[in-house]
Design a protein around this ligand. Structure first.
Ligand code: NAD
Ligand code: UGA
Length: 464
């Protein structure tokens, strides 16, 4: 395999879209086609107005604009793109299984297998297949089996190239990655395939940041990285509960330990709990893999990170009920933020969903404002839980694109996402229009406590 000229990426989601847009932007000599079965999503990527692309990420519209129609294409014609490509990235979703063996724990690999079968059926010439999705360790073996046994005799090389971008900073992370990880076979053909992908990234990533390993190390490193990051959040959140009982301040504790260069300051922000499509999914997957090898202590150790996170979300909701005199029935609770973190419109596994669910069980009326999340997404998230009917969710939850309307006549405000704009609100005005006493539960520790208390709010933050 020589220099790559034509790339296809299967899956135009939060990873496939931004990752391939940056490759196209940085490698004008490579034609990049992103394909997806979801015609609506592809149409949105192709929308004439580049601000209407389906994913909100700072800087993404500009990157897409720079390459779209030149060497970056979005299409539903999966077969044509596979046929034409020298290198195929698989970037489809790998959610937690909701059925059968491993239900609620293992990664569902049905979309991955479908891609492998489609590649095998279509490919007439040799191709490099790159796992971009996050996968259980040893998945490459299964993909190789399918490609070799169902194909037309074409030769395939499988690489693992997990993605480490975080949502909200995806473009920046892709332009300046801490490292790019490429796992491949250690024989001569494997090394050639690795070199071909290294060559793509070296168009903008310094070579010392491009790390090559065997396939299994690469696959497992991705799960390990997410487990370590999530573990830090659960660790500081565990401390936040102890802080609340002892008079310590979790922000001060985080600062004090973060200045130890062995610990470091990142991922020590106490919060209502981590969300996002990957931390929980990937840890549960890791737990499942460990169990499948009979490594029960390893599995239990990592499972605790998820258990702690569930506890944090649950106790945030329980504290609201307790503080509002043990009842929120028919009380209006305003939610500022629904996305799982700032600067994204992604709500998957957002803590807000679970806090809302608990409060709806207590018959609260919830009003939601999020600067980037559409109202139908809020209802979809709640309906997906299957706790109550869609009609009941409609009755219990209202959504507005004006934060002041959402907070008007509320008994309490819960800050669920750390959007910067919340800090700049006219909090005096919000206070004046709320029921008294007016409560604010800052689940992200972003507001100025002294200022809020001076205004008259009864104000609580995590770990204080
Ligand atoms: P996503 O759901 O946003 O996108 C996946 C897309 O794949 C969907 O649009 C779906 O329609 C499409 N798809 C599924 N099967 C297909 C098929 N057979 N042919 C064509 N299209 C198909 O998911 P995502 O957030 O982009 O995540 C993708 C993978 O990347 C997951 O394994 C995830 O764990 C991993 N990952 C995600 C992030 C993140 O920040 N979201 C970061 C790193 C890694
Ligand atoms: C995470 C990882 O950071 C990425 O490296 C990885 O590629 C990605 O998962 C993935 O595999 O999907 P992401 O979930 O997009 O990225 O966002 P993070 O910044 O990691 O935040 C995850 C959650 O943890 C958010 O809800 C965030 O608010 C929360 N968090 C994060 C905290 O509560 N405290 C912190 O200190 C940091």
């Amino acid at each position: 395999m020589g220099i790559v000229k034509n790339i296809c990426c299967i899956g135009a989601g939060y990873v496939g879209g931004p990752t391939m847009a940056v490759i196209a932007h940085k490698c004008p000599h490579i034609k990049v086609t992103i394909v997806d079965l979801n015609a609506e999503r592809i149409a949105a990527w192709n929308d004439e107005d580049v601000n209407n692309i389906p994913i909100y990420e700072p800087g993404l519209s500009e990157v897409v604009q720079s390459a779209r129609g030149k060497n970056l294409f979005f299409s539903t014609d999966v077969e044509k793109a596979i046929d034409e490509a020298d290198m195929i990235f698989i970037s489809v979703n790998t959610p937690t299984k909701t059925y059968g063996l491993g239900k609620g724990m293992a990664a569902d690999l049905k979309y991955i297998e479908l891609c492998a079968r489609q590649i095998a059926a279509v490919a007439k010439t040799g191709k490099i297949v790159v796992e971009k999705s996050t996968l259980p360790v040893r998945t490459a073996e299964a993909i190789k089996n399918i490609l070799d046994n169902t194909g037309n005799g074409a030769k395939f090389q499988i690489l693992s190239n997990p993605e480490f971008l975080a949502e909200g900073t995806a473009v920046e992370d892709l332009l300046h990655p801490d490292r790019v990880l490429i796992g491949g076979d250690t024989d001569a053909e494997g090394k050639k395939a690795i070199d071909a992908l290294v060559e793509v990234y070296s168009n903008w990533v310094p070579e010392e940041k491009i790390l090559t390993t065997n396939v299994w190390s690469s696959e497992l490193s991705k799960l390990t990285a997410n487990a370590f990051l999530a573990q830090r959040v659960s660790s500081i959140n565990a401390m936040s509960e102890l802080c609340e009982r002892t008079g310590a301040d979790v922000n001060e504790v985080a600062r004090a330990i973060g200045m130890d260069s062995r610990i470091g300051s990142k991922f020590l922000k106490a919060s209502v709990g981590f969300g996002g499509s990957c931390f929980q999914k990937d840890i549960l997957n890791l737990v499942y893999i460990a169990k499948s090898y009979g490594l029960n202590q390893v599995a239990d150790y990592w499972e605790q990170v998820v258990i702690m996170n569930d506890h944090q979300k649950q106790r945030f909701a329980a504290n609201i009920v307790k503080t509002l005199y043990n009842t929120v029935s028919d009380k209006k609770i305003a939610f500022l933020g629904w996305a799982f973190k700032k600067d994204t419109n992604d709500t998957r596994e957002s803590a807000a969903i679970y806090v809302a669910d608990e409060l709806l069980n207590e018959q609260a009326n919830i009003a939601v404002y999020d600067p980037k999340v559409e109202s139908d997404v809020v209802y979809r998230d709640l309906n997906y839980l299957d706790t109550r009917s869609a009609e009941q969710n409609k009755l219990g939850v209202s959504i507005s694109d004006d934060p002041y309307t959402v907070c008007k006549d509320a008994h309490a405000i819960a800050v669920l996402t750390e959007w910067d704009e919340f800090k700049a609100y006219d909090w005096q005005k919000i206070y004046d229009n709320m029921k008294k006493p007016a409560f604010v539960f800052d689940g992200r520790n972003i507001l100025d406590g002294d200022k809020m208390k001076d205004i008259g709010f009864i104000f609580q933050q995590i770990g204080k």
